[in-house]
Write a protein that binds this ligand. Structure first.
Ligand SMILES: *Cc1c(COP(=O)(O)O)cnc(C)c1O
Length: 229
């Protein structure tokens, strides 16, 4: 069995190859290591192998890990799962980023509850790019209103868009979805100064996401192995 360090290395090699193939600058794509369901000891191994960005989906589980690893001060923690309004304070206190923002009410609470001694909370808006009823995220039509609201909150820093495209083997469909997402991203990237992060691509589709301009791929299985039940 491969170790976490070996899997990370393989993942970085995949990214470097995809980045080169897309004629994009080397190191222009970051890895968010998605550690949901995995123990703190696995996160430590990835950290020792050089990984610094970690993503969690469940607030309670995420906060426990943030606190257990608080001595590793240069870890950057990203919340990538649903944020319920009664949990916003925990998120505002413990995370550096929230990538799954899709409601004004949640944005306002995160803004109000972000502790003064911390820098503004980085946020990405989650876009439901395939309009799937099962998925969170705003539609393209709902995006402007949420962008405008967040821009009014000085304890939030709007960094970009996050999406989870529909899993598909239809490459034409995949290309169309990712092209549409990249166009949405670029509209705001040209207008807003900190809007620099398109978060798309996971273990199975990171190459095609990088070909379509992703700046951050969120990788779980390829680094940590199959998820624990
Ligand atoms: C679990 C998860 C990932 C990682 O998925 P893998 O296929 O295991 O790489 C990425 N993004 C989100 C939002 C997730 O929930």
């Amino acid at each position: 069995m491969q170790t976490i360090a070996e899997r990370l290395k393989t993942t970085y090699a995949r990214i470097d190859q995809a980045t080169a193939q897309a004629n994009r600058p080397l190191k222009s794509v970051q890895i968010l290591a998605v550690s949901k369901t995995k123990p703190v000891s696995d996160i430590r191994l990835a950290y020792e192998a050089g990984q610094r960005l970690f993503g969690e989906n469940y607030i309670q589980e995420g906060v426990e890990k943030v606190q257990a690893l608080c001595e590793l001060a240069d870890i950057e923690w990203h919340m990538i799962g649903p944020v319920q309004s009664n949990k916003t304070r925990l998120v505002a206190q413990n995370f550096a980023w929230v990538q799954s923002l899709d409601r004004i009410k949640i944005a306002r609470r995160l803004h109000e509850q972000r502790p003064d001694e911390l820098p503004p909370l980085n946020v990405c808006i989650q876009v439901n790019i395939d309009d799937e009823s099962s998925k969170s995220g705003v539609t393209a039509a709902q995006l402007p209103e949420l962008v405008e609201a967040i821009e009014g909150y000085d304890r939030l820093c709007l960094r970009g868009l996050m999406a989870i495209p529909k899993a598909t083997t239809d490459t034409a469909q995949q290309h169309q979805t990712l092209t549409q997402l990249a166009e949405l991203f670029s509209q705001y990237h040209t207008k807003l100064s900190n809007f620099d992060t398109l978060s798309v691509g996971m273990s199975g589709d990171l190459e095609v996401a990088i070909a379509h301009g992703s700046h951050m791929v969120r990788v779980g299985t390829a680094i940590f192995g199959a998820r624990n039940p």
